[in-house]
Design a protein around this ligand. Sequence first.
Ligand code: AP5
Ligand code: MG
Length: 225
Amino acid sequence: MRLVLLGLPGAGKGTQGEQLAEKYSIPHISTGSLIRSVINSGLKLGEIVNAYISKGNLIPDELMMEMLRQRVLADDCRNGWILDGFPRTVKQAMHLDETLKQESSKLDRAFDIRISPQEAVLRITKRRVCRNCGQIYSLEQDLDQESGNCTSCGGPLYQRPDDNVEVAQHRLQVYMEQTHPVVHYYAQSGRLTSINGEQDIDAVFSDLSDAVAVLLQKSKDGGRA
Ligand code: AP5
Ligand code: MG
């Protein structure tokens, strides 16, 4: 199963991507997380990409496309993947289609997790992430206020440097200008499903799982035909 998760910053791509990956035993590939690990690695490339991410701007297409191509061609991706944060421009979307075509495979579906910009800013500023395992938390819902540590691994929680109101507002603007056209790209080719992201996490997951179940059934029926 090859799936793309689209949606405003804070829509829940990471939260849902993790759960879907566990359910279907395929990797969850977050390009934001890939970039953050390059930054933490101390490599020169990290300095270059940090100049973009810290301001809420997109990493240049060529660089991002190469990072992504290497990741999706890795062995653990043979049975599929869930992409979160890629593609973010129409150029990246076309590049993904081309890469898959070369591998004689294709994207199964793009999901657009829809929330309002107001909800996005609220969620982003209340997000905390575990520095060790990457588990995502919300100050609103599930943080152990006493310890402020990750309930899965006990690691320290931190706030992403791009999760302040000012940078978040800019990320929303960048999304509308550069990533929203990707939603149309998939809609026009009949590969888009919209999901209401303003429900609780379990309800969003249930809607996504139902839509994936339909895809799996169709591919089974297609296999029999
Ligand atoms: P990235 O890390 O992908 O950030 P983003 O797209 O802005 O999305 P977020 O991670 O902020 O939100 P999310 O949708 O994952 O929400 P989450 O599940 O955490 O990218 C960061 C940067 O990297 C970009 O700005 C760019 O610079 C660069 N970049 C990345 N990919 C690139 C590309 N392809 N090309 C170029 N540049 C690229 O949830 C958010 C919060 O809400 C959490 O606290 C969570 O607990 C809570 N929450 C989740 N679901 C719900 C719910 N249903 N109800 C209530 N709360 C919820
Ligand atoms: Mg994310």
